[in-house]
Write a protein that binds this ligand. Structure first.
Ligand code: DIG
Ligand code: MN
Ligand code: MN
Length: 399
């Protein structure tokens, strides 16, 4: 009986890809497409072949803006049949509010009220389409919600328009009785010079200013926080802490680059490992969405390798996280670093006058506090050795 590959993706892993990811034709600012356009049906079958769980889309990835109503119905019918034939599901949908030249000055935050109205209309239709194909999460990424010159737009007015649009669309979902929640995706810049609501933290604060914050969560993306030089896992932890990790966009990114949307774990494996460890430790049950695409150098087979690599790397790090959590020496170091003999309990936690009085009177052994070593060098070295695959074969003690 051949040893089954422990890193084979299965539906239970909830790996999803957007139509625009494995369908990316390799066109970039400086070069033409290098790959054929794939139909949504072909992409669904490709994702089934590589072992994915689901497929996501922007409205126009599925239904071109110029499609007639009958063409729209045929496309949706064929797409739903492909989902049924393959068992691939559609957990998330979104609106493309970035490509149409009408959005050149933004969509929800555009200065022209007709553009803002068109963005709402397009989103209403996109929401209906997403619900029709089974989506239960709707993402909003404000790719054009920003400025090149702050002379052009008052940020307070922009936030007011953003809020008005999302309140309008939340009210629409409630009015239609849809089982749909919204997930806001931040990005600091690109394609606009500066984007409003640039980080997951900004989005988290903003969503609480909406009329129905309970319907709205976050869709953090690895590349977007790393573009801003931030620790992505910390952003995800804050979203989770607030009960707002509704979705997640996984990829990778060099910190000093434009939005690269690289294969998951391909640039910063240690950061990817701690992200996977976090998601698995807390029991995140949502989609693991790979918002990424293959290198421009790749052909159709290379695109499949890209998709397999995203999922395989996630599963590799999921296994490494299990080993990390069970490694006696690592866990002993983690435990020692967080040791608590209870001596500070009378002073910490919820304030009381009694506690504060006792704390004020307490004499600290500052010399001891200052000289204590925490052994993080050994802890991180063991992490590196675990990831490098030597920890498993090392002796139980010091290598
Ligand atoms: C880009 O990172 C954005 C758009 O592709 C889309 O709106 C969202 C969905 O994952 N990610
Ligand atoms: Mn991106
Ligand atoms: Mn994204």
């Amino acid at each position: 009986m051949p040893q089954t590959d422990p890193y084979q993706p299965r539906h239970e892993h909830r790996f999803t890809f957007g139509l625009w990811t494995v369908g990316n034709t390799g066109r970039d600012t400086w070069g033409h497409a290098v790959r054929e356009v794939l139909s949504p049906v072909d992409i669904v079958h490709l994702l089934a072949e590589v072992g994915a769980y689901g497929v996501n889309y922007h409205d126009n990835d599925l239904v071109p803006a110029e499609a007639t109503p009958s063409e729209r119905d045929r496309i949706v019918r064929d797409f739903k049949r492909a989902l049924k034939d393959t068992g691939i599901v559609n957990p998330m949908a979104t609106t493309n509010l970035a490509a149409d030249p009408a959005f050149k000055d933004g969509a929800f935050t555009a200065n022209d009220p007709a553009v803002r109205a068109y963005a709402l209309q397009k989103s209403l239709r996109g929401i209906d389409l997403g619900v029709e194909t089974g989506a239960t999460t709707y993402v909003f990424w404000g790719g054009r919600e920003g400025v090149e010159s702050d002379a052009s737009k008052d940020p307070l007015e922009a936030l007011k328009r953003y809020r008005e649009a999302l309140n309008y669309l939340c009210a629409y979902v409630k009015d239609r009785g849809y089982d749909l929640k919204f997930a806001l995706e931040a990005k600091p810049n690109e394609p606009r010079s500066d984007l409003f609501l640039p980080t997951t933290g900004s989005m988290l604060a903003f969503l609480h200013t909406l009329d129905h914050p309970e319907m709205v969560g976050l869709n953090p993306e690895v590349a977007h926080e790393q573009m801003a030089g931030l620790n992505f896992m910390h952003a995800v932890a804050q979203a989770w802490d607030a009960g707002k990790l509704f979705h997640i966009d996984l990829n990778d990114q060099n910190y000093a680059r434009f939005d690269q949307d690289l294969r998951f774990g391909s640039q910063n494996p240690k950061a990817a490992f701690f992200l996977v460890k976090f998601l698995e430790d807390v029991g995140y049950a949502g989609s693991r969405h790979f918002d990424a695409h293959a290198y421009r150098t790749e052909d159709a087979e290379g695109v499949k390798e890209f998709a397999r690599g995203c999922m395989r790397t996630y599963l590799l790090f999921k296994e490494k996280a299990r080993q990390f959590n069970q490694d006696r020496e690592i866990q002993a170091l983690v435990k020692a670093a967080c040791a608590d003999d209870g001596a500070m309990t009378p002073y910490l936690g919820t304030y009381s006058a009694k506690k504060a009085k006792a704390l004020r009177a307490h004499a600290f052994d500052l010399a001891a506090l200052r000289q204590r070593g925490l052994a993080y060098e050994r802890l991180d070295q063991l992490t590196i050795e675990l990831l490098a695959g030597v920890r498993g074969s090392a002796r139980a003690g010091r290598a």
